[in-house]
Structures are given as C-alpha cells and as structure tokens.
Design a protein around this ligand. Sequence first.
Ligand SMILES: Cc1ncc(COP(=O)(O)O)c(C=O)c1O
Length: 389
Amino acid sequence: MRTAERLNSIGPYLFAELDSRRQQAVARGVDIINLGVGDPDRPSPEHVVRRLCREAHDPRHHRYPPYDGLAALRQALAGWYAQRFGVDLDPDAEVRVLIGSKEGLSHLCWAFVDPGDVALVPDPAYPVYRAQTLLCGGAAHPLPLKAERDFLPDLEAVPEAVRAKATIMFLNYPNNPTAATADLGFFERAVAFCRRHDLLLCHDAAYVEMTYDGCVAPSVLQVPGARDVAVETYSLSKPFNMTGWRVAFAVGNRQALQALHRVKTNTDSGQFTAVQAAGEEALRNHPREFIERMNAVYQRRRDLALEALEALGWRLPAPRGTFYVWLPVPRNYNSLSFAGMLLEKAGVLVSPGSAFGRHGEGYVRLSLTVDEDRLVEALSRMRAHVRYP
Ligand SMILES: Cc1ncc(COP(=O)(O)O)c(C=O)c1O
C-alpha cells in the first residue's frame, strides 16, 4: 500500500496530538486541566437541543438533506447578518451552509488553489488554511502576525512575485491564537489589496461574536464593495456552544460560493436537516441574549486569569476578543519546552505557539474554556513552577 505523496506535505493535526498527550497523562493518573483546545465547556442552548429532538422525529429529514442547505436556515442567517452587521445577503445566492467552517475553509482551498498557486496565510494561525493549501499542491506564504503591529499583517510587505502567484488570502479576526481584534479600517485595506491583486479574500469570522469591554467586531462584508472579492465564514460553533453540531456558513461573493458549491456537492451531502433546523433555532430565538451571557462568563474568566498571571510577573493588555490568552513564555523556555513543563509539573495542558506557525514561537495559548474553579486551580498550580520574565 502506498499513500499519496501529498500526505507528506502536512504533519499530524495539532489538536489530535494534544489530545493524545492529554490521554497519556490521564492514563498515568494525572489530573489534567485542559487549557489546550478552544472548545466551549458550557452546553448548547436548551431550546436548540429541544428543537433538534423534535425535528429528528420528522421522517422527511431522514433522507438526504437539500444540496443548497435548508432554506429556513439560510434565511435566518441572512436575517442575523442584517441585524447584527447591517449587511444584506441574498439567502439563495450569497449564503451556503457548511458542515462547520473547517469544512468550508478546506473546500474553498480546493476551489481556489491549484498546484503552483500561493495562498497568503497568517502566521501564527488556525492550522487548516496552511494544511489544506499544501494538500492542494499550493504554497502557503506566511503573513507574520507580530505584537508590535497588534498582530495585524503588513500586506505591503508581501513581495510582488508572491502577489502575482497568489489566488487567495486568509484572515481571521478576532484572531486565533493571538486574541487580537481588527477594525473596519483594516478590512478596508485588505479588501483594496485583494481587489488590486485579483485575490479571493477569505475572512474566517469564527470568533466575531466573542468580544469584551464594549468592543464590537465587524464583518468584512461591512466594507462597501467587499462582496466583489470576499467571502466570510461564520460559525455557530463558538458563540452558541455548538462545536459538536457542525453548522456554519460561507457568505459573500457569489462566484466564489458557486465554486465552493461545486466542490462540496461532489464531496459531501450536507448536514443532517434536523441539525440545520436546530441551527435556525439558535439564530432566530434570542441569539443576542445567549451570546452576551456567554461573553460575560468568558470576560470574568479572562479577568481572573490576567490577575493571576500578573501575580506571576506577566503584564498583558486584556484581550478584547476570543476566549484565548496569548502568553509570551518565560526566559530560558521556548513554546514547546514551556508547554511540556506545564504539562509534566503542573498537569496543565496549553497549546505551544509554534504549533500555529513559525511566528508563534515564544508563546503558548491558554484557552479559557474551563470553569472558574479549575482556572484558578490551574493558575495556582503554575505558581509553584513559573515566574515571568
Ligand atoms: C479560527 C478558527 N476557524 C475555524 C474553526 C473551526 O470552526 P468550526 O467548528 O465551525 O469548524 C476554529 C476552531 O477552533 C477556529 O479557531
């Protein structure tokens, strides 16, 4: 048996690796506090669960789902975009239902990256943009995200020769892993850049609802004319504690969505219709209240974490988006050795920044997806072993 050559271009998936490390430690009897993965710990909204139970009994849903996704769900998303961002979307031509945004981001690569093409990919970043580009035979050109630029890429630094080969640029704000936010002015510059170089701008808005201290994160589609060059992925996973359900959307540029649709219809058959109906429920029934309630929970955890970290020597600006803390590692450590030490000595699992790209070296990512007691416990265990700088 011989596996495809393309498999050699990518490594094992980071979070699968982290999970296997966690399991090994648990098997040794260690009580692990998992701050490694960004998976909300609280349950999905009760009315969404009830709606799924009801819809699951409908035998019409037991057959293949509609290729275009459930119309009522697309309409609900369009209604939410109008209310939340002031962006009007045609639910038939400008909204696609995805089996989670990971699926949509992956298949967008298959629609836009040929062997020899270049994708512009933030570094550090959610690993999927780069991995899928490589699987398609493309090259990923890193856009470094650095603290001194507030973790926004310097688009003007992309060399002309790279721009000429690029077909797609990925962005993601509020950002995983750095927790940085971007304003509309930044998106305006990104749209202009993609227009100038005839690129698809793919904005991953997975954390767009998770902001604090009065910050309201924009959609890239709020930029006038953005839909000429941009698509945005929007996910129910994080804002509604629905990572297991696999419901997300791609919205914006029609031509890009048609291309995505062609890849998808040749690849998957869509999400279980009962799950799509439950997704509609999440968007139609008090979405804002649920989001605000969860954001208050994360904000409290963030403040607790920052206070405890300050006592250990870290003075960090409070992140205004996502549920991550992007933590510089102390002197004499790199990302991996610091994460390894925390796991071995404190039983605290964090993600090494280097796993998100070369420019993530020197950081670890803490995910605030455990309750306050466990978070306090994690930070007090760290106290015995850590001082910054
Ligand atoms: C930046 C980013 N995009 C996309 C995803 C995947 O979201 P979904 O559950 O919609 O596939 C994640 C998950 O961690 C993420 O961090």
